[in-house]
Design a protein around this ligand. Structure first.
Ligand code: KG4
Ligand code: ZN
Length: 334
């Protein structure tokens, strides 16, 4: 089946063509137009600017995705578009565009949940992967653990109670002088420091739960930098980055260990932009080896927001019978 995916939930306009026939999963094109350079000027994503940039880019990005796949719209058998969650104005651009394409060309349409799409990136990277599995989705907007019975049967069993982990990396990274989004530079900076140098709270919430809170950790890092400034001490940026990363990584390892024991799953999928973090990857490889669990982390190119993952999830939603019509709407929340 040839599927066109469209993604516009945040600051990346993306269109992709994916061919899925059973275990054969081929990304024929995956065009991503990033708005990061624009938003960097403001230190974060400006929703109004994001919507306008999506409007400008979406037609040509889709045309390029078809061109690179060497296909015409008439070859496409299914359109999948991110419909939730995300920035509402940004989502509406993709949803409206996809609806028009589907309606005008008589192609079936399915609205896709962005978090499920992040997980579906793993099905593209590992054609033999089939749920049941446990999944950790970590990005600029989400930090949650899911019990996945089938690609369309998700139960959230743990999540952040406040900020997302990517947001925390970006906020502390900004204070460390790193450009937005700070994740990748933060990752490198953490290699230069001592992870035991700064004492920081764990974002793992105590007790029998699988939840996180990143606001306390974020505030502790901010306070550390303020205290250094007040005392006229130049903080070691590497030490703070390493200690902060250690705190985050250990919290995920602790809760995932609990979640794996609870569910008995032998597969762990880690998805979303923060899955690119090298320290998290290493720690989870060790955990999974110890617990004899198979770890699936998509390659970096499929970790961040992209439309190939949306097309992959669309395939499973379509197989399960989901269809959307011209009344498909976007939703900022799940
Ligand atoms: O999934 P994504 O591209 O967009 C959202 O849906 O949010 O995730 C973006 C987030 C940003 O907060 C970025 O700083 C973070 O992923 N990120 C990282 C790394 N690479 C990207 N965080 C930690 N370490 C990284 N290597
Ligand atoms: Zn995302």
């Amino acid at each position: 089946m040839l599927i066109l995916g469209i993604e516009s939930s945040c600051d990346e306009t993306s269109a992709a063509v994916v061919r899925i026939d059973g275990k054969e999963r081929v990304v024929l094109s995956n065009i991503i137009a990033s708005q990061i350079d624009t938003h960097r000027l403001y230190g974060g994503v400006v929703p109004e600017i994001a919507s306008r940039a999506h409007i400008e880019a979406i037609s040509s990005i889709t045309a390029r995705a078809l061109e690179e796949a060497e296909l015409n719209l008439s070859d496409i058998e299914l359109i999948g578009v991110t419909a939730a969650p995300g920035l509402i104005g940004a989502l509406l651009v993709g949803v409206n565009f996809a609806k028009s394409l589907a309606y005008a060309n008589n192609i079936p349409l399915v609205g896709i949940n962005h978090i499920r799409a992040h997980v579906a990136a793993a099905y593209l990277a590992y054609p033999d992967l089939e749920p049941p599995a446990l999944a950790l989705v970590v990005s600029g907007g989400h930090s949650a653990i899911y019990d996945i019975k089938t690609p369309v049967d998700f139960t959230e069993i743990g999540s952040t109670r406040d900020d997302a982990v990517g947001e925390a990396f970006d906020k502390v990274g900004r204070l460390l002088g790193l450009p937005y989004p700070a994740g990748a530079a933060f990752d490198r900076l953490a290699n230069e420091g001592d992870e035991t140098a700064v004492s920081l709270p764990s974002p793992a919430i105590g007790g029998q739960n699988l939840d996180f809170s990143f606001s306390g950790l974020k505030t502790a890092a901010v306070n550390y930098l303020h205290t250094c400034e007040q005392r006229g001490i130049v903080p070691d940026r590497g030490d703070l980055a390493a200690s902060f990363t250690k705190s985050v990584v250990e919290a995920f390892a602790q809760k995932l260990e609990g979640a794996l024991r609870l569910t008995g799953h032998k597969r762990l999928i880690v998805a979303g932009g923060v899955a690119a973090n090298s320290h998290l990857r290493r720690r989870l490889y060790t955990l999974c080896e110890l617990m004899q669990v198979k770890l699936y982390i998509p390659p970096l190119s499929l970790c961040g927001d992209n439309a190939a993952m949306v097309a992959a999830q669309a395939y499973y939603e379509y197989l399960s019978g989901k269809r959307d019509g011209t009344d498909l709407n976007a939703s900022a929340t799940v």
